[in-house]
Design a protein around this ligand. Sequence first.
Ligand code: NAP
Ligand code: MG
Length: 505
Amino acid sequence: MSDLLTVGEYKAIAHSLNLGGNAFIDGVARPAASGKTFATTNPATGDELAQVAACGAADVDFTVKKAREAFEDGRWRNLHPSERKRVLLAFAKLIDRNRHDLAVLESLDSGKPVAECQSIDVHETANTIRWHAETIDKIYDNTAPVGHGAMALVVREPIGVVGCVLPWNFPLLMMAWKIGPALAAGCSVIVKPAEETSLTAIRLAELAHEAGVPAGILNVVTGSGAEVGQPIGLHPDIDMVSFTGSTETGKRFLRYSADSNMKRVVLECGGKNPAVVFADAEDLDQVAEQVVLGAFWNMGENCSATSRLIVHASIKDDLLARIEAYMREWRMGDPLDPTNRVGALVSREHYEKVKGFVDRIGKEKLGLVAGGNTEGGAFIEPTLVDGVTRDSTLFREEIFGPVLSVTSFTDASEAIALANDSSYGLAASVYTGNLKRALRAAREIRAGTVTVNCFGEGDVTTPFGGFKESGFGGRDKSIFAHDQYTELKTIWIDLSDRAVDESVR
Ligand code: NAP
Ligand code: MG
């Protein structure tokens, strides 16, 4: 829904919002057992928004107990599929109805531009819940070809109690990508939002409850990675963890699993995503527009952000001039003004990290083409930097900010080698007017999503996740996401003569 409001209307909502910071456990808003809280701030202003429950291992234990009870007594998984679908569709409708409030809350807590919060984050959150709800009464199990003497059913069952550990860059949407298929499968879910952005997760759980998701089925336990994330990773009664965040923390969850109960772990981690532009790209204006979108959307705080432009030397100057022109259209400023496309970075700490990369441009004597201004507090201007070679930090490390590096090539195999020269493999884009070249490049680039002549992440119908150190164990989105949250069970039924009672022969 693109019924955007004015900046005045969004500010009025911001003043009227009830910024509840309690955790949501077993159907009830609760403080941490310890009574401790932490402040969540608006990164655009530095103002404190609310005090949020600083939960810990005792809260995780209590939540797991309640989530387990809810799973075992079948209050959700044993509902008729059409009934679970009805509840989740009602949940999606409530998200749509609360879209303005949710967009403002997301923008305030994260610094993201409100127009995008509403038209992308909130809109796609409702869409994701709706899409997975619709699958509930449309997925069939299988029988295996085992011959006349037996029947073998291959059925999927909900995996049990699921922990979802989330990042701060798309707080609502990453939650939806995980709870959509987990709730559709019939699991109990415990969400740990990132400390910086807990408020919309709490609100989403309240809306789910209001729509009829029973107590104990969708819980939000707020707090830090060390105090809440680690106890989730190590808990002996959690059956799986679905994580999105950095590769470093993702690897910790593999260790937690090995050190506890071998819980299933699915990881969506970082990226260093290339856009390869061949000399025969058809419309350089469109390429420029898409590259700018890929690099600077969400301030580059996007695991699939285009961060390495790999362009044929013969068209480089022409393309960079057009990219610069599009960059000028991306106004930076107050995230609550719907005409701004670049907001604040999520926190001071993250701002300092990204600024460190911008500062390297001078230190490494690279060619600053546009942007580079870091003087606006938590705001960093979209930045374009040329002459970046393979050994540069800007080529190798994930920046997670609005910095696009440019590297040129002269033949196609060099372009593919540059694109693949990374420990990550999340996303890539290829721009060419030649279909064969496009498809060959799409096959040769090792990434979970390759887009041709556009930037994108597919849509709710396509799986999302990474090759190499970008991902592990499964995919978010699409019907394939359901595999994460279910176990396969074989039920073998003997139909051989010896098993048949005389009376039925
Ligand atoms: P992060 O530091 O890895 O944090 C992710 C989550 O893990 C947060 O909820 C965090 O809690 C928690 N966590 C941190 N340390 C932990 C520990 N020792 N044990 C258990 N949990 C722990 O990443 P981030 O800073 O939120 O997000 C940025 C990163 O996410 C980037 O590297 C980006 O590439 C990646 N990302 C990937 C995808 C994808 O789909 N592949 C999507 C979005 C982001 P606290 O922060 O509250 O302490
Ligand atoms: Mg915040």
